[in-house]
Design a protein around this ligand. Structure first.
Ligand SMILES: [Cu+2]
Length: 175
């Protein structure tokens, strides 16, 4: 009698867990009606989430995207590449130097987001570089991005286009 009562209860408990995917971290990824319209719901299993993503407006040429990347897992996660339909080529950049000598260049090894930690992409620091935009990016526009991680999984997000003056470092191609 006891067993009969317990088994159905366990079955019921297991259902939502299965529907969520599996591992830890699902709580933070639960669908929320109040989620920002700029950041579409991440897949339940996404290792990374991107907060407040934005991209600098431009008519042509180069621009960059920023935001805060959070790692929901207990292991370091590396972003190895990024892509967007808004640019024919995309690189992961860092800024080196100081004052008038600031230069940006491809970040060797990609962006490493520490376990349960964050990595901030911001003007003057790490950024996703759009090397050759395919059409003007105007204020209020939305630009879709896909990040590819070290395990070849992908994370998608949508960045809001904003005007911004700055972050105009000289480009120094990788060596
Ligand atoms: Cu750059």
């Amino acid at each position: 009698m006891n067993i009969r009562a317990i088994v159905p209860a366990l079955t019921l408990l297991a259902l939502p867990l299965t529907a969520c995917g599996d591992e830890e971290g699902a709580a933070g990824a639960a669908p929320s009606p109040s989620a920002s319209p700029v950041a579409p719901a991440q897949a339940a299993k996404a290792a990374l989430t991107i907060t407040d993503p934005w991209v600098k407006t431009t008519d042509k040429g180069m621009t960059a995207a920023f935001g805060t990347i959070a790692n929901t897992t207990g292991a370091d996660v590396t972003v190895v590449s990024a892509a967007t339909p808004a640019s024919a080529a995309v690189e992961l950049h860092e800024v080196v130097g100081a004052g008038g000598e600031m230069k940006m260049r491809p970040r060797r090894g990609g962006f490493v987001v520490p376990a349960h930690g964050r990595l901030e992409l911001r003007p003057g620091g790490l950024h996703i570089m759009l090397m050759d935009v395919t059409a003007p990016i105007e204020p209020g526009g939305r630009v879709a991005f896909t990040l590819t991680l070290g395990d070849r999984s992908t994370v998608r997000f949508t960045a809001l286009a904003k005007d911004y003056n700055g972050g105009n470092e000289t480009y120094e191609p990788g060596h």
